[in-house]
Design a protein around this ligand. Sequence first.
Ligand code: PMP
Length: 382
Amino acid sequence: MSAKSVLYALALIIGSSYVTYTIVNSSPQKDTSKKKKNVADLIGNTPMVHIASLSKQTGCEIYAKLEMANPGGSAKDRVALSVIRHFENIGELVPGRGDVLFEGTSGSTGISFAMLCNALGYTAHICLPDDTSNEKLQLLESYGAEIEKVKPASIVDPNQYVNAARKGALQLKNDKTTASNGVFADQFENDNNWRAHYAATGPEIWEQMDHDIDYFVTGSGTGGTIAGCSRFFRTVSNKIKVVLADPQGSGMYNRVKYGVMYDGVEKEGTRRRHQVDTIIEGIGLNRVTHNFLQGEHCIDDAVRVTDEQAVRMARFLSSNDGLFVGSSSSINAVAAVKIAKTAKKGSKIVIIACDSGTRHLSKFWKHALEVDRNITLGEVIQ
Ligand code: PMP
């Protein structure tokens, strides 16, 4: 056994002792069974694809982990399954008892929960801001999730959608007139989020790249993906540079680069802006989440990407590689190209492609469609 293999085996053992819940078939071992029990068994083991256009033009080898291949269409399936299994293990969710899982989300997590709750015997109750995009609303409605729309508000407002979900779960939990239980998924603060990526996404990438990665690039919404993957990578290699890709208006870039959340030093009396001014969905924040903190020490650098660059990149990837990606994947691809400019030629760069463009047709892709399909990479990055 090589030293590398011993390290890897050790990491898996440490990983599995960390993880006190079951992740069904999202383990790095290849699942060879021909028939799956339900959609939960389809989660994970997503493909890795070489992005030929970007690789050829940058001189680096750029790959995308296609998380849109999960049955619910995004990386959030892994988190949703991990959270549900945890609640099942501690007896808080029991199938068929009328239990309800509450989550506050305007994004893909709600869709993953709606899908899995149907498959596993629960009800999903999703609280979201009333300006959530139509595609996401329609998907939630199609799964038959309970939907509670609230006015967009700051996280400190008790009626903000995350707080509304917390309140709903507590009410049902304390309701003595019913046997049904309510649980609050709490993806921003729940450790089962980053641990799902530590236990599966990271190891899958490591295996798919034949233990040879120079850069890992992704954005941060809850921070679960970057924290879980980067913590795993640190257990198997000290050469992988973890780079945060951050949209305009988000404070995470400054946090990683300079240790402060805002442009420059926060002045006395200035109010924190909680709303991030970008058309990119799912990533970018002006607050530090528990999940982000779990991996912050493993993040080496950050790259800022503008909305225009992301929009142009989405069009470029669909025209040149047939890759139809969502806004956060596009941010990651722009960041990879920026990294490639100073990286050693031939460096292997892996990005996360969290979801596909179908979920972003009415907002992000409306802009991307206005971009000339023959746009050059130089024009994308300018
Ligand atoms: N991309 C999209 C489309 C997302 O919905 C999310 C999750 N909010 C992310 C990326 C970021 O993932 P994470 O929450 O793990 O930081």
